[in-house]
Design a protein. Structure first.
Length: 90
């Protein structure tokens, strides 16, 4: 199970710019992204931002409703593609 401590600050910071009803420190892995204001256009913008920021391409099989359901499900997908040092919170 993903905990808040498992989600790097840099990822949370990127994520909350696309969530009108969230704050960086106020999101938890179980938080529903739609409830935090992420709509279909926001998904496209967030996906583009994450891919550009971290130099990855999310494979088509990961671009699902389940991936974009919660903070933790999105982190599980993106965190598995990006080397840990890209999320260093130092």
């Amino acid at each position: 199970m993903v905990t808040t401590m498992d989600i790097p600050h840099t990822f949370r910071k990127t994520l909350v710019t696309h969530l009108p009803y969230a704050t960086d420190e106020g999101i938890a892995p179980t938080d529903d992204l739609a409830a935090l204001g992420l709509d279909s256009m926001g998904v496209v913008q967030l996906l583009t931002d994450l891919e550009e920021t971290y130099g990855v391409d999310l494979p088509d099989e990961l671009i699902t409703e389940e991936t974009f359901e919660t903070v933790g499900s999105l982190w599980a997908a993106v965190g598995g593609l990006v080397p840990a040092e890209r999320f260093a919170d130092a």
